[in-house]
Design a protein around this ligand. Structure first.
Ligand code: ADP
Ligand code: MG
Length: 333
Protein backbone atom coordinates (compact mmCIF):
# COMPACT_ATOMS: atom_id res chain seq x y z
CA UNK A 1 0.00 0.00 0.00
CA UNK A 2 1.22 3.48 -0.81
CA UNK A 3 1.91 6.32 1.49
CA UNK A 4 -0.48 9.19 1.17
CA UNK A 5 0.71 12.72 1.59
CA UNK A 6 -1.53 14.58 3.93
CA UNK A 7 -1.57 18.18 4.96
CA UNK A 8 -4.62 18.61 7.10
CA UNK A 9 -6.98 15.93 8.24
CA UNK A 10 -9.16 14.81 11.04
CA UNK A 11 -9.22 11.18 11.96
CA UNK A 12 -11.52 9.06 14.03
CA UNK A 13 -8.80 6.82 15.36
CA UNK A 14 -10.82 4.17 17.03
CA UNK A 15 -14.14 4.28 15.36
CA UNK A 16 -16.53 3.22 18.02
CA UNK A 17 -19.39 5.35 19.09
CA UNK A 18 -21.86 3.84 21.40
CA UNK A 19 -24.59 4.88 23.67
CA UNK A 20 -26.85 2.10 24.73
CA UNK A 21 -29.42 1.61 27.41
CA UNK A 22 -29.97 -1.82 28.80
CA UNK A 23 -31.04 -3.55 31.95
CA UNK A 24 -28.69 -5.22 34.35
CA UNK A 25 -30.30 -6.67 37.46
CA UNK A 26 -32.99 -4.20 38.45
CA UNK A 27 -31.11 -1.18 37.24
CA UNK A 28 -31.19 0.72 34.06
CA UNK A 29 -27.64 1.30 33.04
CA UNK A 30 -26.38 3.88 30.68
CA UNK A 31 -23.03 3.35 29.09
CA UNK A 32 -21.00 5.93 27.32
CA UNK A 33 -18.01 4.66 25.47
CA UNK A 34 -15.18 6.92 24.69
CA UNK A 35 -13.35 7.11 21.48
CA UNK A 36 -10.42 8.94 20.18
CA UNK A 37 -10.32 11.49 17.52
CA UNK A 38 -6.95 12.73 16.58
CA UNK A 39 -6.42 16.09 15.12
CA UNK A 40 -3.46 16.72 12.94
CA UNK A 41 -3.35 20.37 12.26
CA UNK A 42 -0.47 21.01 9.97
CA UNK A 43 -0.68 24.62 9.12
CA UNK A 44 1.30 25.52 6.06
CA UNK A 45 3.72 24.68 3.28
CA UNK A 46 6.63 22.51 4.40
CA UNK A 47 4.74 20.55 7.04
CA UNK A 48 3.99 17.31 5.25
CA UNK A 49 2.77 14.12 6.87
CA UNK A 50 2.60 10.71 5.21
CA UNK A 51 -0.07 8.28 6.19
CA UNK A 52 -0.54 4.59 5.49
CA UNK A 53 -2.95 2.06 6.92
CA UNK A 54 -3.57 -1.65 6.90
CA UNK A 55 -5.77 -4.18 8.59
CA UNK A 56 -3.41 -6.26 10.69
CA UNK A 57 -3.26 -7.71 14.23
CA UNK A 58 -7.03 -8.04 13.93
CA UNK A 59 -7.49 -4.30 13.74
CA UNK A 60 -7.02 -1.17 11.66
CA UNK A 61 -3.47 0.12 11.97
CA UNK A 62 -2.49 3.58 10.82
CA UNK A 63 0.97 5.11 10.65
CA UNK A 64 1.50 8.85 10.30
CA UNK A 65 4.91 10.47 9.95
CA UNK A 66 6.78 13.23 8.16
CA UNK A 67 9.25 10.53 7.12
CA UNK A 68 8.17 8.51 4.07
CA UNK A 69 10.00 5.41 5.32
CA UNK A 70 8.11 5.11 8.62
CA UNK A 71 5.06 3.10 7.53
CA UNK A 72 7.12 0.47 5.69
CA UNK A 73 9.32 -0.04 8.74
CA UNK A 74 6.36 -0.26 11.12
CA UNK A 75 4.36 -2.74 9.01
CA UNK A 76 7.40 -4.97 8.44
CA UNK A 77 8.00 -5.14 12.18
CA UNK A 78 4.32 -5.79 12.92
CA UNK A 79 4.42 -8.74 10.52
CA UNK A 80 7.57 -10.14 12.13
CA UNK A 81 6.12 -10.00 15.66
CA UNK A 82 2.61 -11.08 14.68
CA UNK A 83 4.06 -14.16 12.96
CA UNK A 84 5.50 -15.15 16.36
CA UNK A 85 2.67 -14.21 18.70
CA UNK A 86 -0.69 -14.62 16.97
CA UNK A 87 -2.61 -17.63 18.26
CA UNK A 88 -4.54 -17.55 14.99
CA UNK A 89 -1.47 -18.31 12.86
CA UNK A 90 -0.82 -22.07 12.99
CA UNK A 91 2.94 -21.62 12.48
CA UNK A 92 3.39 -18.98 15.18
CA UNK A 93 5.33 -19.84 18.30
CA UNK A 94 2.26 -19.20 20.42
CA UNK A 95 0.09 -21.55 18.33
CA UNK A 96 2.77 -24.26 18.48
CA UNK A 97 3.22 -23.80 22.22
CA UNK A 98 -0.55 -24.04 22.72
CA UNK A 99 -0.64 -27.31 20.79
CA UNK A 100 2.51 -28.92 22.16
CA UNK A 101 2.63 -27.57 25.70
CA UNK A 102 6.39 -27.03 25.50
CA UNK A 103 8.55 -25.06 23.05
CA UNK A 104 11.91 -23.42 22.61
CA UNK A 105 10.98 -19.87 21.69
CA UNK A 106 12.51 -16.64 20.39
CA UNK A 107 13.59 -13.85 22.75
CA UNK A 108 10.44 -11.87 21.78
CA UNK A 109 8.06 -14.62 22.85
CA UNK A 110 9.99 -15.34 26.01
CA UNK A 111 10.05 -11.64 26.91
CA UNK A 112 6.32 -11.01 26.42
CA UNK A 113 5.34 -14.11 28.41
CA UNK A 114 7.68 -13.03 31.18
CA UNK A 115 6.14 -9.53 31.23
CA UNK A 116 2.63 -11.05 31.20
CA UNK A 117 3.53 -13.15 34.23
CA UNK A 118 4.76 -10.01 36.00
CA UNK A 119 1.36 -8.37 35.41
CA UNK A 120 -0.33 -11.53 36.70
CA UNK A 121 1.61 -11.14 39.98
CA UNK A 122 1.02 -7.38 40.21
CA UNK A 123 -2.73 -7.74 39.63
CA UNK A 124 -3.26 -10.70 41.99
CA UNK A 125 -4.24 -12.80 39.00
CA UNK A 126 -6.65 -10.37 37.34
CA UNK A 127 -4.38 -10.14 34.28
CA UNK A 128 -3.86 -13.69 33.07
CA UNK A 129 -2.81 -14.79 29.58
CA UNK A 130 -3.96 -18.35 30.30
CA UNK A 131 -7.52 -17.18 29.56
CA UNK A 132 -7.17 -18.98 26.19
CA UNK A 133 -9.49 -21.92 27.11
CA UNK A 134 -12.12 -19.45 28.40
CA UNK A 135 -11.94 -17.49 25.15
CA UNK A 136 -12.48 -20.80 23.30
CA UNK A 137 -15.29 -22.00 25.57
CA UNK A 138 -17.28 -18.76 25.28
CA UNK A 139 -16.74 -18.72 21.51
CA UNK A 140 -14.69 -15.52 21.31
CA UNK A 141 -11.81 -17.23 19.51
CA UNK A 142 -13.93 -18.36 16.58
CA UNK A 143 -16.56 -15.63 16.98
CA UNK A 144 -19.17 -18.35 17.49
CA UNK A 145 -20.53 -17.15 20.78
CA UNK A 146 -21.87 -19.56 23.37
CA UNK A 147 -23.16 -19.21 26.90
CA UNK A 148 -21.49 -22.10 28.77
CA UNK A 149 -22.98 -24.16 31.55
CA UNK A 150 -21.68 -23.72 35.11
CA UNK A 151 -20.10 -27.17 34.91
CA UNK A 152 -18.17 -26.31 31.75
CA UNK A 153 -16.85 -23.10 33.29
CA UNK A 154 -15.77 -24.98 36.42
CA UNK A 155 -13.87 -27.55 34.36
CA UNK A 156 -12.21 -24.85 32.26
CA UNK A 157 -11.06 -22.97 35.36
CA UNK A 158 -8.74 -25.91 36.10
CA UNK A 159 -6.69 -24.77 33.11
CA UNK A 160 -6.42 -21.13 34.19
CA UNK A 161 -3.52 -19.59 36.12
CA UNK A 162 -0.22 -18.13 34.95
CA UNK A 163 1.56 -20.06 37.69
CA UNK A 164 1.04 -23.02 35.35
CA UNK A 165 3.46 -21.47 32.83
CA UNK A 166 7.08 -22.40 33.50
CA UNK A 167 9.84 -20.29 31.96
CA UNK A 168 13.29 -21.72 31.52
CA UNK A 169 15.12 -18.54 30.62
CA UNK A 170 18.52 -20.14 30.27
CA UNK A 171 17.27 -22.41 27.49
CA UNK A 172 14.53 -20.12 26.12
CA UNK A 173 11.98 -22.82 26.82
CA UNK A 174 8.35 -22.28 27.81
CA UNK A 175 6.42 -25.17 29.28
CA UNK A 176 2.87 -25.65 30.58
CA UNK A 177 2.29 -27.61 33.78
CA UNK A 178 -1.05 -29.02 32.64
CA UNK A 179 -2.21 -30.42 29.31
CA UNK A 180 -4.82 -28.18 27.67
CA UNK A 181 -3.45 -24.82 28.80
CA UNK A 182 -3.50 -22.16 26.09
CA UNK A 183 -2.13 -18.66 26.20
CA UNK A 184 -3.83 -15.70 24.55
CA UNK A 185 -1.76 -12.54 24.26
CA UNK A 186 -4.67 -10.40 23.05
CA UNK A 187 -4.35 -7.99 25.97
CA UNK A 188 -0.65 -7.25 25.64
CA UNK A 189 0.65 -8.18 22.16
CA UNK A 190 -0.55 -5.06 20.36
CA UNK A 191 1.27 -2.91 22.89
CA UNK A 192 4.45 -4.96 22.68
CA UNK A 193 4.38 -4.92 18.88
CA UNK A 194 4.00 -1.14 18.81
CA UNK A 195 7.02 -0.83 21.13
CA UNK A 196 9.05 -3.08 18.80
CA UNK A 197 8.08 -0.92 15.83
CA UNK A 198 9.07 2.25 17.68
CA UNK A 199 12.46 0.68 18.39
CA UNK A 200 12.97 0.01 14.67
CA UNK A 201 12.00 3.59 13.81
CA UNK A 202 14.54 4.93 16.28
CA UNK A 203 17.24 2.66 14.82
CA UNK A 204 16.57 4.32 11.46
CA UNK A 205 16.78 7.73 13.08
CA UNK A 206 13.09 8.49 12.54
CA UNK A 207 12.11 10.91 15.24
CA UNK A 208 8.48 11.67 14.55
CA UNK A 209 5.68 9.15 14.03
CA UNK A 210 2.25 8.31 15.27
CA UNK A 211 1.19 4.65 15.31
CA UNK A 212 -2.44 3.88 15.96
CA UNK A 213 -3.39 0.21 16.22
CA UNK A 214 -7.15 0.30 16.78
CA UNK A 215 -6.89 2.76 19.65
CA UNK A 216 -3.58 1.53 21.06
CA UNK A 217 -1.42 4.50 20.14
CA UNK A 218 2.20 5.57 20.39
CA UNK A 219 3.26 9.16 19.82
CA UNK A 220 6.93 9.22 18.84
CA UNK A 221 8.56 12.61 19.17
CA UNK A 222 6.44 15.53 18.11
CA UNK A 223 4.46 16.80 15.17
CA UNK A 224 6.53 19.63 13.65
CA UNK A 225 7.60 20.97 17.01
CA UNK A 226 4.26 20.51 18.75
CA UNK A 227 3.10 17.49 20.73
CA UNK A 228 0.73 15.12 18.94
CA UNK A 229 -2.81 16.10 19.77
CA UNK A 230 -5.22 13.35 20.71
CA UNK A 231 -8.77 14.18 21.60
CA UNK A 232 -10.62 11.74 23.83
CA UNK A 233 -14.23 11.92 22.85
CA UNK A 234 -17.38 11.10 24.78
CA UNK A 235 -19.64 9.75 22.10
CA UNK A 236 -22.55 10.12 24.49
CA UNK A 237 -22.18 13.85 24.15
CA UNK A 238 -20.96 15.92 21.29
CA UNK A 239 -17.92 17.33 23.04
CA UNK A 240 -14.51 15.88 23.62
CA UNK A 241 -13.83 14.70 27.15
CA UNK A 242 -10.24 15.69 27.02
CA UNK A 243 -7.46 16.90 24.76
CA UNK A 244 -4.18 15.16 25.31
CA UNK A 245 -0.91 16.63 24.14
CA UNK A 246 1.44 13.69 23.91
CA UNK A 247 5.09 13.28 23.06
CA UNK A 248 6.96 9.97 23.45
CA UNK A 249 3.94 8.43 25.16
CA UNK A 250 1.62 5.51 24.62
CA UNK A 251 -2.11 5.40 25.17
CA UNK A 252 -4.39 2.37 25.27
CA UNK A 253 -8.06 1.79 26.01
CA UNK A 254 -9.94 -1.31 27.14
CA UNK A 255 -13.69 -1.55 27.18
CA UNK A 256 -16.51 -4.00 26.85
CA UNK A 257 -18.30 -2.33 23.96
CA UNK A 258 -16.30 -3.62 21.01
CA UNK A 259 -16.31 -7.40 21.32
CA UNK A 260 -19.36 -8.84 23.00
CA UNK A 261 -22.50 -10.82 22.43
CA UNK A 262 -25.95 -10.52 23.93
CA UNK A 263 -27.91 -13.49 25.21
CA UNK A 264 -31.25 -13.20 27.02
CA UNK A 265 -30.82 -9.43 27.28
CA UNK A 266 -27.47 -9.77 28.99
CA UNK A 267 -24.23 -8.61 27.47
CA UNK A 268 -21.11 -10.81 27.62
CA UNK A 269 -17.81 -9.16 26.67
CA UNK A 270 -14.34 -10.46 25.82
CA UNK A 271 -12.38 -9.48 28.95
CA UNK A 272 -12.58 -12.23 31.55
CA UNK A 273 -12.33 -12.41 35.29
CA UNK A 274 -9.93 -15.38 35.57
CA UNK A 275 -11.21 -16.11 39.08
CA UNK A 276 -14.84 -16.67 38.06
CA UNK A 277 -14.53 -17.71 34.42
CA UNK A 278 -17.14 -15.10 33.48
CA UNK A 279 -16.65 -11.80 31.65
CA UNK A 280 -15.36 -9.19 34.11
CA UNK A 281 -18.05 -7.08 35.74
CA UNK A 282 -16.20 -4.53 37.78
CA UNK A 283 -18.50 -1.64 37.04
CA UNK A 284 -16.08 -0.20 34.52
CA UNK A 285 -17.14 0.83 31.04
CA UNK A 286 -13.80 1.98 29.76
CA UNK A 287 -10.22 2.43 30.91
CA UNK A 288 -7.71 4.67 29.18
CA UNK A 289 -4.06 4.46 30.23
CA UNK A 290 -1.23 6.78 29.25
CA UNK A 291 2.21 5.28 29.82
CA UNK A 292 5.81 5.63 28.65
CA UNK A 293 5.50 2.44 26.58
CA UNK A 294 2.66 0.71 24.77
CA UNK A 295 3.06 -2.72 26.43
CA UNK A 296 2.46 -1.14 29.85
CA UNK A 297 -0.49 0.92 28.60
CA UNK A 298 -2.09 -2.13 26.92
CA UNK A 299 -1.61 -4.56 29.82
CA UNK A 300 -2.66 -2.02 32.46
CA UNK A 301 -5.83 -1.03 30.60
CA UNK A 302 -7.02 -4.65 30.52
CA UNK A 303 -5.92 -5.23 34.13
CA UNK A 304 -7.83 -2.21 35.43
CA UNK A 305 -10.89 -3.22 33.47
CA UNK A 306 -10.90 -6.49 35.45
CA UNK A 307 -9.89 -4.99 38.80
CA UNK A 308 -12.29 -2.04 38.81
CA UNK A 309 -11.64 1.64 39.51
CA UNK A 310 -10.46 1.54 43.10
CA UNK A 311 -8.02 -1.37 42.89
CA UNK A 312 -6.99 -0.26 39.42
CA UNK A 313 -6.04 3.21 40.54
CA UNK A 314 -4.09 1.75 43.45
CA UNK A 315 -2.20 -0.45 40.97
CA UNK A 316 -1.32 2.49 38.75
CA UNK A 317 0.48 4.17 41.67
CA UNK A 318 3.14 1.44 41.39
CA UNK A 319 4.04 2.61 37.89
CA UNK A 320 6.05 5.77 37.36
CA UNK A 321 4.71 8.25 34.78
CA UNK A 322 1.44 6.43 34.21
CA UNK A 323 -1.94 8.16 34.16
CA UNK A 324 -5.33 6.52 33.98
CA UNK A 325 -8.88 7.59 33.23
CA UNK A 326 -11.60 5.17 34.28
CA UNK A 327 -15.21 5.58 33.17
CA UNK A 328 -17.62 3.66 35.34
CA UNK A 329 -21.10 2.41 34.72
CA UNK A 330 -23.65 4.96 35.85
CA UNK A 331 -26.41 3.35 37.82
CA UNK A 332 -29.77 5.00 37.41
CA UNK A 333 -32.70 4.28 39.67
P1 ADP B 1 -8.57 -5.00 22.75
O1 ADP B 1 -7.96 -6.27 22.28
O2 ADP B 1 -10.00 -4.83 22.36
O3 ADP B 1 -7.74 -3.80 22.51
P2 ADP B 1 -7.69 -5.54 25.45
O4 ADP B 1 -6.33 -4.99 25.26
O5 ADP B 1 -8.33 -5.20 26.75
O6 ADP B 1 -8.70 -5.10 24.33
O7 ADP B 1 -7.57 -7.11 25.31
C1 ADP B 1 -8.67 -7.98 25.39
C2 ADP B 1 -8.19 -9.36 25.05
O8 ADP B 1 -7.33 -9.84 26.09
C3 ADP B 1 -9.23 -10.42 24.92
O9 ADP B 1 -9.76 -10.47 23.61
C4 ADP B 1 -8.46 -11.68 25.27
O10 ADP B 1 -7.69 -12.07 24.16
C5 ADP B 1 -7.51 -11.21 26.35
N1 ADP B 1 -8.01 -11.31 27.73
C6 ADP B 1 -9.30 -11.44 28.16
N2 ADP B 1 -9.37 -11.43 29.50
C7 ADP B 1 -8.09 -11.30 29.95
C8 ADP B 1 -7.49 -11.23 31.25
N3 ADP B 1 -8.21 -11.27 32.37
N4 ADP B 1 -6.13 -11.10 31.30
C9 ADP B 1 -5.38 -11.05 30.19
N5 ADP B 1 -5.88 -11.12 28.94
C10 ADP B 1 -7.22 -11.23 28.82
MG1 MG C 1 -4.89 -4.52 26.75
Amino acid sequence: MKNTLIQDFRLQASGFRLQAKFKRAACSVQRAAICFAMLFLSSCQAQELYRDNRVTMGTFVEVTSPDKRAAGIVFAEIKRVEDLLSKYKPDSEVAKLNTMGKLEVSPDTLYIIKKAKEFWVLTDGAFDITVGPLMDLWGFTEKRYYLPKEEEIKDTLNLIGSDKIILNEGENVVKFRTFGIKIDLGAIAKGYTIDCAVKRLKEKNIKSCLINAGGDIYCLGDNFGKPWSIAVQDPGGKDFLDYLKLKDKAIATSGDYEQYFIKDNKRYAHIFNPQTGYPAESGVVSVTVIAPDALTADALATSIFVLGKEKGEALVKKFPDVEVKVIETQMKN
